[in-house]
Ligand binder design. Structure first.
Ligand code: SF4
Length: 347
């Protein structure tokens, strides 16, 4: 099978170009085609000589992802189901908001972590995505004329990005690089279920990006019922890894919290959260409205309780925002489109 040019690091591309007996500037031209001009074929790289295109095509390709399904929400959110070379598929969501256009990418096919509120968690795990498959999701959204040019990328789709650091670290580097997608580090966010050892590894990669952590509760019993990984890495261990995470100037770790009615939304819950996050110096909390399609047993916390939770965090000096779910009419929560598609394909 041909190697996709999106799967190469810049230095690997340099070596490839040198091995073909071509001058070094060809590497930059190919990078431009793949990461800036959204090329999905070697043939379309028209400033390369015909001879080079033929040599390159013998072993490499720039194939994009196949759009298996595309659903557009009333609020402009677009959800894609992209097909991969081996027949598997992943979801990507495009979210237009005031001042930014965000692509939410998947990092794995399925997921190992079985979070109680997540449709992907119920699918099991198939495999990691490659660097090229992660970058390819952003490229396909850029190629879609009905979506605006993405300004932000979040790793909050299917899979746990920190369980696939081998592909996620180089993908973030290329998204951020001026020679790649040239997306600023403040506009790239990697979100984790909370894997302390992997958070430490990510810290040593020295990437320019934001870190978000799915916290949901600071009570170990409650958090373990929502995120089974908490049994292995309890809240105190996770909070310690977050406290040690080196933040660039002015950055904050974002803690994501979905409040469920009667589960994790009491005054006692907010007090525990304030205490648990005490050691993390630079932080903010996002309270996210739950999209109940993924688990009918869990109900969203009513607005009054969400506001009270927010006030108690703010009174303790924690920056807190209530986030509204986008694309609810198109099942935009992670894993839902793929679940729908698989169900319909089986019918
Ligand atoms: S929320 Fe994220 S980590 Fe948890 S099951 Fe879903 S995809 Fe996996």
């Amino acid at each position: 099978m041909k190697v996709n040019l999106r799967d190469l690091s810049f230095s690997e591309l340099d070596s490839l170009v040198a091995s073909l007996g071509e001058p070094a500037f060809r590497s930059k031209q190919i990078r431009d085609w793949v990461h800036s001009k959204n090329a999905v074929s070697v043939e379309s790289m028209t400033n390369l000589s015909k001879q080079l295109r033929e040599k390159l095509s013998a072993t490499h390709c720039a194939d994009g992802l196949a759009t298996l399904k595309k659903t557009v929400s009333r609020d402009g959110t677009i959800k894609y189901l992209f097909g991969l070379k081996d027949g598997l598929s992943v979801e990507t969501v495009y979210i237009p908001e005031e001042g930014r256009k965000t692509v939410c990418v998947s990092s794995q096919v399925g997921c190992k972590f079985s979070c109680a509120f997540c449709a992907t968690g119920g699918m099991g795990f198939s495999r990691n995505l490659t660097q090229g498959e992660i970058l390819g999701q952003v490229t396909e959204v850029r190629r879609d004329k009905s979506a605006g040019d993405p300004t932000n990328v979040v790793f909050m789709g299917m899979g746990e990005p920190l369980d696939n650091l081998g592909a996620v670290i180089p993908a973030v580097a290329i998204l951020n690089s001026p020679d790649g997608f040239n997306i600023g580090g403040r506009r790239i966010t990697v979100s984790t279920v909370g894997l302390p050892e992997q958070i430490n590894k990510l810290a040593s990669a020295g990437l320019n990006m934001n870190l978000a952590v799915s916290l949901h509760s600071a009570d170990d019993k409650i958090r373990s019922s929502l995120l089974p990984i908490n049994k292995k890495y309890p809240v105190a261990t996770l909070a310690a890894a977050c406290a040690n995470y080196p933040l660039k100037h002015g950055r904050k770790i974002t803690f994501e919290v979905i409040l469920f009615d009667g589960v994790n939304d009491s005054a006692e819950d907010s007090a525990k959260m304030i205490k648990a996050l005490h050691r993390v110096k630079s932080k903010k909390v996002n309270l996210i409205r739950f999209n109940p399609v993924s688990n009918p047993a869990l109900k969203p916390s009513p607005p009054g309780k969400v506001n009270a939770f927010k006030t108690s965090l703010e009174n303790a000096g924690i920056d807190c925002t209530i986030r509204i779910s986008k694309g609810e009419d198109i099942s935009a929560a992670c894993g839902q489109l793929k679940a729908d598609f698989s169900k319909k394909s089986a019918e």
